[in-house]
Write a protein that binds this ligand. Structure first.
Ligand SMILES: Nc1ncnc2c1ncn2[C@@H]1O[C@H](COP(=O)(O)OP(=O)(O)O)[C@@H](O)[C@H]1O
Ligand SMILES: O=C(O)[C@H](O)[C@@H](O)[C@H](O)[C@H](O)COP(=O)(O)O
Length: 198
């Protein structure tokens, strides 16, 4: 991604970055992303809030989404991310939750962030065995996504591979506070490296 960053009018803006917290349902995306946003002074966007109602209804029934279902969701995320970087707000760093289960999903998000001129984008992919996420989603209260979605998500899951330089896999087997601390450590390192190149 380019290190240049400009508004539509061509004026120079401070570099802005975007972090995606990704992974299957129940992997801890919301818990980790909110923590990162509070520690890093970034804006938090809950990707689940951008689903069309039909998707929410479908997941509530325990039916997996297809890529066609996800298309409108990715477009809404892309639109929000682009709009956010056009704003001249003081804090224009963004942290978004989005499952981004497949390489093709991450590529769609990458293209959007490139077009929006984010100076840095990164994926944190939260990973754990299917059985553990099944337990955690069974224990979770008041969430539209039911635990029977976990298996279907693991069936299509494509973990980031070695050539996806902008992705870090984080094991979420340890307790939440350890996962949050580990993710913050990696994010802080990443952002300080970026500043060093400016
Ligand atoms: N590392 C962890 N250890 C134990 N429980 C966790 C951990 N991460 C998340 N949880 C719990 O698992 C459930 C799912 O977390 P959540 O953040 O809602 O996941 P997601 O946003 O990926 O669906 C919540 O009840 C949360 O408190
Ligand atoms: O098929 C998908 O890409 C996922 O189902 C994705 O839509 C997300 O996982 C849901 O929004 C469930 O919400 P949580 O991941 O927050 O449980």
């Amino acid at each position: 991604m380019s290190s240049l960053n400009g508004s539509d009018q061509g004026s120079v803006k401070e570099p802005s970055w975007i972090l995606f917290v990704s992974g299957p349902t129940g992997s801890g995306k919301s818990s980790v992303a909110k923590f990162l946003a509070s520690k890093l002074g970034a804006h938090f966007l809950e990707g689940d809030d951008l689903h069309p109602k039909a998707n929410i209804d479908k997941m509530h029934r325990g039916e997996p989404l297809t890529d066609a279902d996800r298309q409108g969701w990715f477009e809404a995320i892309d639109e929000q991310a682009s709009a956010y970087n056009r704003q001249q707000s003081q804090h224009h760093h963004l942290i978004i939750t989005c499952s981004a289960l497949k390489r093709a999903h991450r590529d769609i998000l990458r293209e959007g962030c490139d077009r929006a001129w984010y100076s840095l984008m990164h994926f944190f992919f939260l990973d754990a065995p299917e059985s553990l996420l099944r337990q955690r989603t069974e224990a979770r209260q008041n969430h539209f996504a039911k635990s029977n979605l976990v298996h279907s998500q693991f069936e299509v899951l494509e973990r980031p591979r070695i050539d996806e330089y902008d992705a870090t896999i984080i094991s979420v087997v340890p307790p939440l506070d350890e996962v949050q601390a580990e993710t913050l450590k990696v994010a802080t390192q990443l952002l300080s490296n970026e500043r060093a190149y400016k």
